[in-house]
Design a protein. Structure first.
Length: 622
């Protein structure tokens, strides 16, 4: 038998730190999107002046990342009536180089997206280095003055252990775990917990995402209706790349609207053992951290989660059985919501009488659904879990609504006039009828000539081209998307040359690229299915930009002619930029809610022209 003991020792130590006088947050200053920022007050007696200086553009606020965006050569001058000794910064991630500052006095240190200036001065000039593409995006500035000594809470690294003989019950934590400090990398989780009670001591196992065997300890109230959990608590050490890292639980009370972001020493939760409920307030996050104090390099945290008695319930995704190979088919259907025809590649696999389909949903295109083939009809049951659709407005679990397809083995087609839907708990996502799914046969073929639908100028990232690369040959037959590539060309005042995607411009590429596979994406500058490509270089010298298709089928490679598009540099950088700055381009999701241009799935791009006309363009982001 194992003997278990528990000892959580809280200690206090005096360290050199600085009292925080004020926190300035860019998103709370009332700036409009792309508004130039010149001066602001950071705290009583402390002002900041943003200046263009030697930069090409003036500092401006952008709502997309809630930051004041400073460009190469811009300056930030912070002035105070009393000497400043510490200034802390929180930065947003830049697409190019950054963040970075050169300080006129004192010392400026930047680690990832956090920065700290230290010194002793009434005026500090911070300059963004003149490196090409450099940007420093400021979300928050924290002013600290004086040198007042404060106390930091630390703990001894002693593990919580379950006492011998204590019986436990199975509970569950269900919700989302966010990796790091941000909110762009998260997953749905359903953790199994164990809760044991001895007197007024409560032991909980399974909260840690990285060390699920670790225990934490709380205190049960005399009436049994609440549990108080101290924070921080030590989980143990995590081995990563041969190094052991300590791991801690930190309880964070966070409310953006109320400007609350604190790490209390204890948090009390409502508890009902009989009903199987441990209530988690909406403003409480369970943070997994590498330090027992506040740290902007957190490993992650739980959000939008519940804790309840019983085993966790996690819907299971359909998976293609090992050894079963899929073939490419072409999907065509009528989108009954938008009353438009859609088509794109999907995957189909046979395993005896089981038939698997991947790509039926535009919201979660990687999801598989499974059906059964009998007497020429494939029946796909409803309520098959397809995964989570991530959007600007939150996450939605997507389920397949069920379908029946008539299978023609001779033509290798699946058809359904009724079609199918995919849906969340609240509303449909995909609504298709008149579905035809046709197998793509590999053969020697000349691809149809592609075109450039349009070219745009983005005042943040540069020039974007939108190719239209047909998945058909010159005779209208379907092509395999995995064997199709496209290549861009530029006409520089009569001199035609291939456009080369250089690693110096495309930071996600490991080598230069000319031909781009149709299905390729670098998740940054190039979108899959030839949706868009950012282009760089001396665009002012381009008179045309073109695209051709390259197809390798049946062991032979054939190319299309080049489809050309006229480039008007002045129009792109002038009127087009003005259109974007006045927010005349808006994206909507399938439910008619406004979203962002980077959202995935089926979107509507609404363009309001200068003459007042409105153009709606359907966009499929896969």
């Amino acid at each position: 038998m194992k003997k278990f003991t528990f000892m959580l020792m809280m200690a206090f130590m005096t360290v050199a730190a600085y009292a925080v006088d004020a926190t300035w947050t860019a998103a709370k200053q009332g700036y409009g999107n792309s508004e130039v920022v010149e001066s602001t007050t950071l705290a009583d007696g402390v002002t900041a002046v943003f200046a263009k200086a030697t930069g090409g553009s003036a500092p401006a606020y952008y709502s997309s990342d809630e930051s004041v965006r400073m460009y190469a050569g811009n300056t930030l001058t912070i002035s105070s009536t009393e000497p400043l000794t510490k200034i802390s910064f929180v930065f947003a991630k830049s697409k190019n180089e950054g963040p970075a500052f050169d300080a006129s006095v004192g010392e400026m240190k930047i680690d990832n997206l956090a920065g700290v200036w230290t010194g002793n001065a009434k005026e500090i000039v911070l300059t963004v280095p003149s490196t090409k593409g450099m940007q420093t995006r400021i979300q928050q500035i924290v002013i600290g003055e004086g040198g007042e000594e404060v106390e930091e809470r630390v703990i001894d690294d002693v593990l919580v252990e379950l006492p011998e003989g204590v019986k436990t019950e199975e509970w569950a934590l269900e919700g989302y775990f966010v990796y790091g400090d941000g909110d762009d990398d998260y997953e749905k989780v359903a953790n199994s917990l164990q809760i044991g009670i001895k007197g007024q001591d409560v032991y909980i196992q399974g909260i840690s995402h990285y060390l699920p065997e670790a225990w934490v300890k709380g205190t049960l109230s005399a009436d049994g209706k609440t549990i108080t959990i101290p924070s921080p608590q030590y989980y143990g050490t995590l081995e990563y790349n041969g190094t052991n890292y300590p791991c801690y639980l930190l309880l964070n009370r966070y409310d953006y609207d109320q400007n609350i972001d604190e790490f209390p020493e204890t948090v009390t939760f409502n508890f009902d053992q009989e009903e199987g409920m441990l209530e988690i307030p909406e403003d409480i996050l369970f943070v997994e951290n590498a330090k027992p104090i506040r740290d902007y390099d957190a490993w992650g945290y739980y959000t939008e989660f519940t804790i309840h008695k019983g085993a966790p319930v996690m819907p299971e995704l359909v998976e293609l059985p090992e050894g079963v190979e899929a073939a490419e088919y072409h999907f065509e259907a009528l989108d009954t919501y938008y009353k438009e025809n859609v088509d794109y590649p999907v995957q189909v696999a046979f395993d005896k009488t089981d038939v698997y389909f991947q790509g039926l949903s535009s919201s979660v295109p990687d999801a598989w659904v499974k059906g059964t083939l009998e007497n020429g009809v494939v029946t796909l049951p409803e309520n098959q879990y397809m995964g989570v659709y991530e959007s600007f407005f939150g996450d939605s679990e997507i389920f397949f609504g069920g379908a029946t397809f008539v299978y023609n083995a001779e033509k290798a087609t699946f058809t359904s006039e009724q079609g199918f839907i995919t849906t969340s708990e609240d509303y449909p996502f995909d609504e298709f009828s008149n579905v035809v799914i046709t197998k793509v046969v590999e053969k020697v073929a000349t691809p149809a000539t592609p075109s450039i639908l349009k070219m745009e100028y983005d005042d943040e990232y540069g020039f974007i081209v939108y190719p239209d690369v047909p998945l058909t040959d010159t005779e209208g037959n379907y092509l395999l998307s995995t064997k199709l590539s496209y290549q861009l060309y530029v006409d520089k005042k009569g001199v035609v040359e291939p456009y080369v995607l250089k690693t110096s411009d495309y930071e996600k590429l490991s080598e230069n690229m000319t031909a781009i596979p149709y299905v390729f994406t670098d998740d940054w500058d190039i979108e899959a299915n030839a949706y868009l490509v950012y282009v760089y270089g001396d665009v002012q010298n381009w008179s045309k930009i073109g695209v051709k298709s390259i197809y390798t089928g049946g062991g032979e490679t054939r190319e299309s002619a080049i489809g050309w598009y006229d480039v008007d540099y002045n129009l792109l950088t002038g009127i087009q930029a003005l259109t974007q700055n006045t927010n005349n381009v808006v994206y909507y999701d399938m439910q008619g809610c406004q979203t962002t241009a980077s959202a995935k799935g089926l979107l509507i791009r609404q363009e309001r022209m200068n003459d007042g006309t409105v153009r709606n363009v359907k966009v499929l982001r896969r």
